[in-house]
Design a protein around this ligand. Structure first.
Ligand code: CTP
Ligand code: MG
Length: 237
């Protein structure tokens, strides 16, 4: 049976929120990893431009740290303006950064959905965006996810014993994670700082069902320096 909330996606009905306010500790460079270049453009620009290319995306909010503001408003201002990105001030936790984007669209009646996409995922493909957008129109909450391919073990006792875990139902969560505005807002309104690893978990806690959409494993998050080399190879393909 169809969800009673099933909606048609209209042009510009999705706001993209890109958390970009981290510091890239694990990447280990002297500035935010998102400024690292990939195919001649900074990582964040790839992530934002892929969302900007979708007709459903009407606004792009990027949450940035105080320390990066001079870069985004200075040397990178032209690229920011090229995509019509609105800069908002992020926070200490990723969820604070997402909330800043959510607050920025609070009074915008034209926005029905929010797509949260890590600025550190420069390689999301158009087909995956189309698929997760189509799903959220049906269900109100949908995320990209890739099937786990590794063989998984559960450590037992002191580590002298282990068991193989059935991976057939296991997925790695990716972004975008896309929600109807009221669904995400409910998750964030109830969020009292209890640790959550992604936005979908905040929504799950409200009891709302989050649909998984199979996405390409190429949609990697740049975390360590070697991820950038892998991204370069994928981009060159
Ligand atoms: N992010 C954010 N606000 C924070 C922390 C993270 O907007 N307070 C963003 C990052 O900029 C990144 C995305 O969330 O685009 C995913 O986070 P992660 O890959 O962990 O990036 P960093 O937190 O910057 O890296 P690290 O954890 O290695 O320091
Ligand atoms: Mg982090």
């Amino acid at each position: 049976m169809n969800d009673p909330h099933q909606t048609k996606l209209t042009t510009g009905c999705i706001a993209a929120v890109l958390p970009a306010a981290g510091s890239g500790q694990r990447f280990g460079s002297d500035r935010n990893k998102l400024f690292a270049m990939l195919g001649g453009k900074p990582i964040w620009f790839h992530a934002a431009s892929r969302l900007a290319a979708r007709p459903e995306v009407g606004r792009i909010m990027m949450a940035i740290s105080e320390g990066d503001e001079a870069d985004f408003r200075g040397p990178f201002a032209e690229l920011v303006n090229e995509l019509g990105i609105e800069l908002v001030r992020g926070g200490d936790q990723r969820s604070d950064s997402v909330r800043a984007g959510l607050d920025a669209i609070a009074n915008d009646k034209s926005i029905e959905f929010i797509a949260i996409h890590d600025a550190a995922r420069p390689l999301v493909c158009d087909a995956d965006l189309a698929a997760v957008f189509a799903k959220v129109a049906e269900t109100g909450a949908a995320i990209l996810a890739a099937p786990v391919t590794a063989t998984l073990k559960r450590q037992l006792d002191d580590g002298n014993a282990s068991l193989t875990v059935d991976r057939s139902e296991l997925y790695t969560a990716l972004t975008p994670q896309v929600f109807r505005v009221d669904v995400l807002r409910c998750g964030y309104d109830r969020h009292r700082g209890r640790p959550a690893t992604d936005d979908a978990q905040l929504v799950e806690r409200t009891g709302y069902r989050v649909a998984l959409v199979h996405g390409s494993a190429d949609n990697i998050k740049i975390t360590h320096p070697e991820d950038l080399r892998i991204a370069e190879a994928i981009l060159a393909r």
